[in-house]
Design a protein around this ligand. Structure first.
Ligand code: ZN
Length: 429
């Protein structure tokens, strides 16, 4: 029996303890906000220490515990694979009426494990911890090294989680390639759209409501201005790298996007979009308003940066000389799009091993929303996601399939194993 078959067999024999880990992990509540991951981090560290695996806590803020661990393989030098998952989950809903049972029950019913955050992404993070432990047990046959980052803060942007760790040590916690198990509906994600968040205001002359001859008012001006902005921004042609552009136009990619993220997603995945998220103005119905405020949530595809969008929006402002229009970029909520190569050798290992453990060959598609992958990609580290179905993510009675959890665990363990065998590493690719 090959060493790889033994690894797979060990994972199959160990399924009961894997499911138990996920239950305990779900039961250790870690809603963010408020964001404490202390209890859930303890569960992961206990699982590792039971297997003789050392780990550390990096406490970026009081109570925000990142669990980290690393090992060097015994079969020679090679690249470093980082397995990264987040511990924090969506906050508790205000109204829990629709929930049957405890939010953090970890109960298993009809093949699904229940609890807040199990889909995003306690199931995935537990998979990576288990994969890491299985690889650690066979580290003598591995070239290169593996690091585990189970991070405290993804839901609010990663400042005290992944970004903190990469800034602390790019080589140690960034590595050469990162795998994430965020819910991806059995597709592999290689890129994410960026976000440009703007707050804006329109100021005009006010008057009594009958005197439209004096002023159209701030709300009518703002709605005209915003209609022009939507049209202009959504007409911008992004210029992605040519192989990415071809990949995004491939009908198979587009079909996979719609299957994974819902019908019609393929029409916006590679385009800029403008959501007018809020608009507020006016004091009283019979007054022409002087002020109107709004917020825009603009999504940037690969091949389009915020500055290009700002230039287009700025060119619309002179069309409204009667008003003062001001726009401010909300820096903390704005991020460029991020991208990893679609030719990286890890992709083939992931696809092959997903098939080996009973899945169909996953499509390689972009993501609409952001994950911690962006921090790796900004730091020049290729990052890829393969995870369970996003169905029921952040909904009432959130639940994840136990079979999918076991499948995702094996896929990541085997892909990392293959990647860190001598013949398959980056240096030979
Ligand atoms: Zn997530």
């Amino acid at each position: 029996m090959s060493a790889k078959s033994l690894l797979l067999q060990a994972l199959e024999f160990d399924e009961e303890s894997q499911i138990r880990l996920l239950q305990l992990f779900v039961q250790a509540a870690s809603p963010n906000p408020p964001g404490s991951t202390m209890e859930a981090a303890k569960v992961l560290r206990q699982y590792l220490s039971n297997r003789g695996i050392p780990s550390d806590i990096v406490e970026a803020q009081p109570g925000l515990h990142n669990v980290v661990s690393e090992f060097e393989g015994g079969a020679g030098s090679g690249p470093r694979v980082v397995l990264n998952g987040h511990i924090d989950v969506f906050p508790v809903p205000e109204n829990t009426n629709g929930w049957t049972g405890d939010l953090w029950s970890g109960d298993i019913k009809d093949g699904r494990i229940h609890g807040r955050g199990v889909v995003d992404m306690k199931s995935g993070t537990a998979s990576l911890v288990i994969a890491y432990a299985a690889l650690y047990a066979r580290r003598e046959s591995i070239c290169g090294s593996v690091a585990l980052c189970a991070v405290a803060d993804e839901e609010t942007g990663g400042r005290w989680g992944t970004n903190f760790l990469i800034k602390q040590s790019r080589d140690q916690w960034g590595g050469d390639v990162m795998l994430s198990a965020e819910p991806s509906g059995h597709t592999i994600r290689f890129s994410e759209k960026g976000t440009l968040r703007l707050s804006g205001s329109v100021t005009t002359k006010g008057a009594l409501g009958a005197y439209l001859n004096l002023s159209k008012g701030a709300i009518r001006t703002a709605t005209s201005f915003l209609a022009e902005v939507v049209e202009a921004v959504e007409s911008i042609e992004p210029t992605p790298p040519s192989e990415i552009g071809r990949h995004m136009k491939n009908p198979e990619t587009l079909a996979a996007v719609d299957r994974a993220m819902g019908p019609g997603t393929s029409t916006v995945v590679a385009r800029p979009t403008v959501n007018i998220g809020t608009i507020k103005g006016g004091l009283k119905v019979n007054m022409i308003p002087e002020n109107c405020k709004f917020e825009l949530d603009i999504r940037l595809p690969i091949g389009l940066v915020a500055d290009q969008v700002m230039t287009v929006i700025d060119s619309v402002i002179p069309n409204y000389p009667e008003a003062t229009i001001e726009l401010k970029k909300q820096e903390a909520a704005s991020n460029p799009s991020s991208l990893s190569s679609i030719d990286h050798p890890m992709l083939e290992h992931l696809m092959r091993n997903v098939e080996l453990v009973g899945g169909s060959r996953p499509a390689i598609i972009p993501s609409m929303g952001a994950t911690d992958c962006k921090h790796y990609r900004y730091a020049g580290v290729p990052a890829y996601v393969y995870g369970c179905s996003p169905f029921s993510m952040a909904t009432t009675n959130e639940s994840a399939s136990v079979d999918e959890f076991l499948h995702v665990t094996k896929a990541h363990a085997l892909a990392t194993w293959d990647f860190l065998q001598k013949k398959n590493g980056i240096s030979q690719a």
